[in-house]
Design a protein around this ligand. Sequence first.
Ligand SMILES: CCCCC/C=C\C/C=C\C/C=C\C/C=C\CCCC(=O)SCCNC(=O)CCNC(=O)[C@H](O)C(C)(C)COP(=O)(O)OP(=O)(O)OC[C@H]1O[C@@H](n2cnc3c(N)ncnc32)[C@H](O)[C@@H]1OP(=O)(O)O
Length: 194
Amino acid sequence: MSGTSASLQPPADAAKPVRHPDAPAPGELLGAHYGQCFGCGGEQPHGLHLAARAGEGVSITAEFTVRPEHQGAPGLAHGGILATALDETLGSLNWLLRTIAVTGRLETDFVRPVPVGTTLHLEAEVTAVAGRKIYSTATGRVGGPDGPVAVRADALFIEVKVEHFVNHGREEEIQAAMSDPDQLRRARAFEVNP
Ligand SMILES: CCCCC/C=C\C/C=C\C/C=C\C/C=C\CCCC(=O)SCCNC(=O)CCNC(=O)[C@H](O)C(C)(C)COP(=O)(O)OP(=O)(O)OC[C@H]1O[C@@H](n2cnc3c(N)ncnc32)[C@H](O)[C@@H]1OP(=O)(O)O
């Protein structure tokens, strides 16, 4: 059983999260925010290919099936891969807030081993917002959406401007992204005032 560290406790004056009026409708498949993303991108052969859907309020559901290239121990998912699936699901909450945010802190509990071939059923929600700080939580279940919890995480995401990526990303990928109208559209889908 875990205890969450102090930096993941929202301050007393934190606000409830607000679903953006232009957020995707509940049930809508979100698609990848970037084709080369290891978590959600369709152009990453060894990636997780995690598929997320908008939920009610500021929540997300997602699925990820563990493949042989995701092993740590024989026949079992690597813990870092499972943490990535949680991180990606939590990151998808950006679509509902229409805010660009990156993971500042991610605390993960590994509750039961996850064999290759398993579909992990993930859900995540934003619990509080305080200025640029977005507090969220996620679980991953096995055997179906109501199955036992295998992994869970609490996270703090920090809002950033699109310049965060432009300033820090490697030049060749940034140039390619900026000359791709579809990528620019996806980046804008996170921004309230693009
Ligand atoms: C045109 C090209 C477009 C290309 C872009 C395409 C698409 C973009 C769209 C979406 C992509 C979005 C995300 C990616 C999506 C999914 C992947 C899953 C998510 C990830 O995988 S994403 C990668 C991993 N992630 C990082 O790569 C972050 C590295 N990091 C930093 O870049 C900085 O570290 C940053 C920005 C986090 C903060 O830096 P900063 O200078 O802006 O802000 P500062 O430090 O002042 O913090 C402000 C307040 O947050 C508190 N705070 C900060 N960090 C904390 C921590 N770790 N623990 C506890 N509290 C923390 C402070 O204590 C302060 O709190 P207070 O206000 O109360 O004082």
